[in-house]
Design a protein around this ligand. Structure first.
Ligand code: ADP
Ligand code: MG
Length: 495
């Protein structure tokens, strides 16, 4: 990918980006209470006495959340800290009944790791992760429910979040988008977070600064709570441009927290550094330091599935897929699983080796199946044509029963009716004609009916062979074996 530069009147600028991602941990219960975390419940239906901060209530750590944070750390090759500490981060807000959030500050559960970005043209880039810590989510203030009052929904209060903090290693909106995409893929693969940005299960604080090439880091602004990958890219573009304009006008950047307004396409100030909170962090006296042993880490490691990078490498080296197809297939665990089940079924039906049919199988999934699913607005798990049914279709092409052209029509009928490929081929009489005698008869008839074209062909217009192939296919309703037609036609035309 070419370097992303922002052109100013006085020269080029580079953008520097670091992301703080909040990812909701997949867990039935909250970080320090047994209340449910299910999305979409009635307001305040899922609030325990702990979440409501009733006096005397004590937090109890949810081991599943700890396990998921450790698994996430392992999945990005990070250091796991066997000793970590929960701190109180103090601030007052209507949706924070405790008056503090329990978080981790000096001693996070996960240390430095790496996320490998998949960029254009098969290029990759390594982005550092500074740390991952566990913390509680706050509740939600609802300003639009009553003309005079603000309501508070505490369902989210106490839900476990992982805050995943990157190093300032990204240099373009595309890299930031690729980072979020990859992080989302990884947490979804391992089941640590559902990655659903619309429901707020994943949101990003976007830190942006600009500098002239070769200079040290510039002053950053932090854009809070951006909830889609597209908005992250847009927010970086407009924020970087805003900063460049200020610097070129002789001004300087104030470190501040800003909000992105996607409707107006601008960021605006929320609070400056001077107004920034002093959170008065200190270790939560209700909680012991969190400690676990190597066995806990080993068990977490063993519970990890094959990760997307490893799967992609295997698809390329063992199956011979190209970089692009391998990337698209591994981007969602569901797609990769479907492809592997499909490939296994094709191997089973045709008796061929996986590497012999892997590329064809990938093309079928990515163009035919995905094309039909997109048109119908369905996901792969809702596909009316399953892996085994699809493999039956591919096997009919492989053994020459039908041509690739006819297979497209058969697939359309499979998709809309749910009938098997074999039934459709049988019912509609679509078997490919591979009988030499029969094809020869048709060729002779076509040649006899087109003397002008024959004369032109013989006077040197070689390309007219395509015309004759087309006529023969037309006569057979597309069912003639195209390889055989070509093979038989040429000697007859040449006379
Ligand atoms: P804080 O906790 O006060 O927000 P951190 O040092 O933890 O500060 O940094 C938060 C995020 O800001 C990190 O993701 C980091 O990569 C990013 N960051 C730090 N310096 C810069 C910079 N100059 N430009 C862009 N991003 C930066
Ligand atoms: Mg921050």
């Amino acid at each position: 990918m070419s370097n992303y530069v922002i052109q100013g009147a006085t020269g080029d600028f580079e953008v520097v980006i670091g992301l703080e991602v909040h990812a909701q941990v997949t867990s039935n219960a909250k970080l320090f209470s047994g209340a449910s975390t299910e999305f979409g419940a009635e307001p305040n239906a899922q609030v325990s006495l702990v979440d409501a901060a009733m006096p005397g209530m004590l937090p109890t750590i949810n081991e599943e959340c700890v396990r998921q944070a450790v698994r996430t750390g392992l999945a990005i090759g990070a250091e796991i800290n066997k000793y970590s500490v929960f701190d109180r981060k103090n601030y007052f807000y209507a949706d924070l009944p405790q008056g503090y959030q329990i978080s981790q500050f000096k001693h996070p559960i996960v240390g430095e790791g790496t996320i490998v970005l998949d960029l254009e043209d098969g290029k990759t880039k390594h982005v550092g992760v500074e740390r991952i810590h566990l913390e509680q989510d706050a509740g939600k203030s609802m300003h639009d429910q009553h003309p005079q009052y603000t309501y508070v929904d505490l369902n989210r209060s106490g839900v476990a979040l992982m805050e995943i903090v990157s190093k300032p290693d990204m240099r373009s909106p595309e890299e930031a988008g690729a980072y979020l995409t990859k992080l989302r893929t990884i947490v979804r693969y391992i089941g640590a977070c559902d990655g659903n940005m619309e429901q707020g299960s994943m949101r990003a604080d976007v830190n942006v600064s600009v500098r002239r090439p070769g200079e040290g880091l510039g002053t950053r602004c932090e854009i809070k709570n951006v909830n889609s990958i597209r908005f992250v890219r847009q927010a970086i573009e407009v924020e970087a441009r805003r900063q460049v304009d200020i610097i070129e006008d002789g001004g300087s950047i104030d470190q501040e927290t800003r909000l992105f307004d996607p409707v107006k396409g601008e960021t605006r100030s929320m609070r400056s550094k001077e107004e920034a909170h002093d959170y008065r962090y200190f270790p939560d006296p209700d909680l012991l330091p969190l400690e676990f042993d190597d066995a806990f880490i080993d068990a977490a490691r063993e519970s990890l599935p094959e990760l997307p990078d490893a799967k992609k490498a295997r698809f390329m080296t063992e199956l011979g897929l190209n970089d692009y197809n391998a990337s698209v297939l591994v981007a969602e665990g569901e797609t990769a699983d479907f492809y592997e089940a499909f490939l296994a079924a094709v191997v089973n039906k045709t008796g061929k080796k996986p590497a012999e049919v892997a590329a064809k199988a990938a093309n079928w999934v990515l163009s035919d199946l995905f094309g039909a699913l997109n048109k119908a607005g369905l996901t792969i798990s809702e596909s009316p044509v399953g892996a085994v049914a699809g493999a039956e279709l591919l096997a009919l092409i492989e053994d020459g029963t039908i041509s690739g052209r006819i297979a497209k029509d058969v697939f359309e009928v499979m998709f809309s009716t749910g009938k098997s490929a074999e039934t459709i081929v049988e019912e509609q009489g679509l078997k490919q004609v591979s009988d030499t005698g029969e094809i020869e008869k048709i060729i002779d008839a076509v040649i006899a009916a087109n003397p002008n074209q024959l004369a032109q062909y013989r006077s040197g217009k070689d390309k007219l062979i395509g015309f004759f192939v087309g006529q023969v296919m037309k006569e057979t309703g597309g069912k003639a074996n195209p390889g055989l037609v070509n093979q038989l036609l040429k000697p007859k035309l040449d006379g």
